[in-house]
Design a protein around this ligand. Structure first.
Ligand code: SAH
Length: 457
């Protein structure tokens, strides 16, 4: 670490700006937000003095720096060098924009959410990289985090007065920033949050109860996690995950979280739904923040509904966080529109298990404007073909098999419906989806746009 980050209180202090560039104008905005009194030399011509900014058309003299708390300059050479030397001689911290060599401090990229401010620096090496990092942090922070911080700040004197030991205070604040109080404040229910704070402080035991989030992990690519899902797995004490949850997603789980694999792997039976339900409830009852992490979306062929029912019956507070279901992830990756005006107006999601069990009413799927997506359907490829063609669907209807969608080794094969059983084995290991419908004709694999794809006549 080359520079020490600090937050300066500049309220009412004098800050000198030199130069008219856009960079200096941005600094002026920031300094005013921090309630500094700005003295601006060699300012833009159209800038007038007002209550907080004193504007000078001329360049500053050495003596103009007297009493300043900070100096920021972007006047260009050689004047910047002069300003830097004057400031250093007077022991005033100075920043010359884009010139770390002339600066005694540098300005970080910042995330500004009111009382919550995050500063990101790269030691002057790459402001653009700092901005990228800032964008990522920006995306991670809940929108109302600043209001939440302000609320907590307001309560601080009361909490300090009431709770005596450091440990008590820490436990109080930890429960406030993580639990129901945070949930209420961050979802905009500030009155509820205040009521919960009051209740907690009045001595009613503060929230140490466990909870469960049933979270959709999306089709595989960790960048397709929702922001809420990312937050849930970043905060979890324990996660129970299925076999379709990829390593890339697991890498984003909180490092200290316990990880329990509860899926099936390669023909080996899993631990079973009853046992999963039991483990999840048990973990929540010990006060843990539990994440039940499932591939795709929990409510699309993911048994999320059953698990939710069980948790409700057990009286465990539960939330559901949606994920991008594999049909949507795979379709987007293959540039395959699932509905398309004048081509497909209906979308049906099916499971191959029902097909194998002979429980699908094919007559309802014969309409050429229906797109059909079959999950877990590889073993049922021949039945799907037979059922659809018998119901009157054109044997020449295009079909696609999309495997390992959004994973690094995703693969797709396209061809005709009547060749579907020959397509399926070509994609290698699952998971894979079968998509049947005229829209496949508009997809990247059909149009030959991707080298990975194969077409079977
Ligand atoms: N809840 C999940 C589906 C679970 S069922 C979801 O919403 O996606 C498991 C089936 O999902 C697999 O057999 C396969 O058909 C499909 N699947 C899941 N992830 C997939 C992926 N990355 N690529 C292709 N198919 C996938």
């Amino acid at each position: 670490m080359r520079f020490l980050p600090v937050f300066l209180d500049l309220a009412g202090r004098d800050v000198i700006l030199v130069g008219a560039s856009e960079a200096i104008q941005n600094k002026c905005r920031l300094l005013l937000a921090a309630r500094a009194r700005v003295r601006w030399y060699a300012a833009p011509e159209d800038r007038a003095s007002d209550g907080t900014v004193q504007v000078f058309a001329r360049a500053p003299n050495e003596s103009d720096l007297a009493g300043a708390a900070l100096v920021v300059s972007a006047a260009g050479e050689p004047f910047d060098r002069q300003v830097s030397a004057w400031a250093r001689a007077r022991q005033i911290p100075v920043n010359v924009v884009d010139r770390p060599d002339l600066s005694s401090f540098i300005m970080p990229a910042i995330v500004d959410r009111g009382d919550v401010v995050v500063a990101v620096g790269t030691g002057g090496a790459s402001p653009v990289l700092a901005r990228r990092i800032r964008e990522r942090i920006e995306a991670l922070l809940p929108a109302r985090i600043g209001e939440f911080a302000t609320l907590l700040g307001r309560w601080r004197p009361r909490v300090t007065a009431k709770l005596k030991t450091f440990a008590e205070k820490r436990r109080f604040w930890e429960s406030a920033v993580d639990g129901k109080i945070a949930d209420a404040a961050l979802s905009g229910r500030l009155t509820d949050a205040e009521a919960l704070l009051a209740e907690a402080l009045a001595g009613a035991a503060w929230d140490t109860g466990g909870s469960v989030a049933i979270v959709g992990a999306g089709p595989g690519d960790p960048d397709l996690l929702t922001l809420k899902a990312l937050r849930a797995i970043s905060d979890a004490d324990i996660i129970f995950y299925d076999d379709l949850v990829t390593q890339g997603v697991l890498d984003r789980v909180r490092r200290d979280a316990e990880r329990v694999f509860v899926g099936k792997r390669r023909g080996r039976p899993g631990i079973g739904q009853v046992e999963i339900n039991r483990l999840v409830v048990e973990a929540a009852r010990t006060g843990k923040r539990v994440v039940r992490l499932k591939g795709g979306d929990p409510f699309v062929f993911g048994r999320g509904g059953e698990e939710l029912g069980h948790l409700r019956a057990a009286g465990i507070p539960t939330t559901v966080i949606p994920g991008i279901t594999s049909a949507l992830g795979c379709a987007a990756e293959a540039e395959l529109p699932l509905t398309l005006r004048d081509v497909a107006t209906r979308l049906t999601l099916l499971t191959g298990h029902l097909v194998e069990a002979g429980e699908v009413d094919w007559s309802g799927l014969a309409d050429p404007a229906t797109t059909i997506v079959v999950y877990m359907g590889l073993a049922a490829a021949a039945n799907i073909r037979d059922g659809l063609i018998r119901a009157g669907r054109d044997p020449a209807t295009p079909a696609a098999v999309l495997a390992r969608g959004t994973w690094a080794d995703s693969k797709s094969v396209v061809g005709r419906l009547d060749a579907l059983p020959a397509l399926a084995p070509r994609i290698g290991e699952g998971p894979a989806l079968i998509i049947v419908g005229e829209v496949v004709r508009h997809s990247a694999p059909w149009l030959g746009a991707s080298k990975l794809d194969e077409a079977v006549a």
